[in-house]
Design a protein around this ligand. Structure first.
Ligand SMILES: Cc1cc2nc3c(=O)[nH]c(=O)nc-3n(C[C@H](O)[C@H](O)[C@H](O)COP(=O)(O)O)c2cc1C
Length: 183
């Protein structure tokens, strides 16, 4: 095996689909791209998210404690990268990228109509924000677009290099130890 810098470890452990995070700060909706997220707990559902202080989203999340995690599919690939390369400080990203904000039920941040899933989240723990920019969010509501034909999500491997969902393996019959978990 060839040794490569440990700083590339995240490429091997990519945590899930690239997502969009919406916020609403002083009534103005915004959206950013996020790859550094992970599930932490099943019930109540807790999600860890790394959002840097250089982001408009960081300040919005600090001030409001609310966001929506929206899951885009491959048709939004270019927009996903561009959304992560400009700031809500200077750009109305919903307008620029043709995204449709939709009122959420529990939080002020909007859902994104064009995404396959939207998770309404509230910040429940900020103890690791100072050390790691790591927010712990509780998922309060989940919306899925069940009619959508395109369902392939994007998985970031670094530097704008993405893997796209492919074949699906259903091994649920073997998950005997975990039947009690919420589906
Ligand atoms: C593919 C991709 C993944 C990204 N992942 C993260 C991330 O996990 N955390 C983060 O703070 N910024 C991440 N960014 C950068 C933010 O999306 C970027 O700083 C954005 O401009 C912030 O927007 P805002 O200032 O409107 O909040 C990512 C960008 C791209 C393109």
């Amino acid at each position: 095996m060839k040794e490569v810098p440990a700083s590339g470890a995240f490429r091997q452990l990519e945590p899930g689909p690239i997502v969009l995070v919406t916020t609403s700060y002083e009534g103005i909706p915004n959206v950013m791209t996020m790859g550094f997220h992970m599930m932490i707990q099943h019930a109540p559902p807790l999600i860890g998210c790394v959002i840097g202080p250089w982001d408009h989203t960081y300040r919005a999340l600090r001030a409001t404690g609310e966001c929506v995690i929206a899951v885009p599919t491959i048709d939004l690939a270019r927009a996903v990268v561009d959304i992560g390369n400009c700031s809500g400080d200077t750009v109305d990203k919903f307008e620029r990228f043709g995204l449709t904000p939709q009122p959420a039920r529990a939080v002020s941040a909007p859902l994104i109509t064009e995404c396959i899933a939207n998770i309404e989240c509230r910040v429940v723990d900020t103890r690791l924000v100072e050390a790691y920019n790591l927010f712990i969010l509780e998922a309060e509501r989940l919306w899925i677009d069940t009619d959508r034909k395109e369902r392939r999500t994007l998985h970031h491997r670094g530097d704008g290099d993405f893997a796209v969902d492919g074949d699906v393996l259903d091994l649920s019959e073997h998950m005997v130890k975990w039947r009690h978990l919420p589906r």
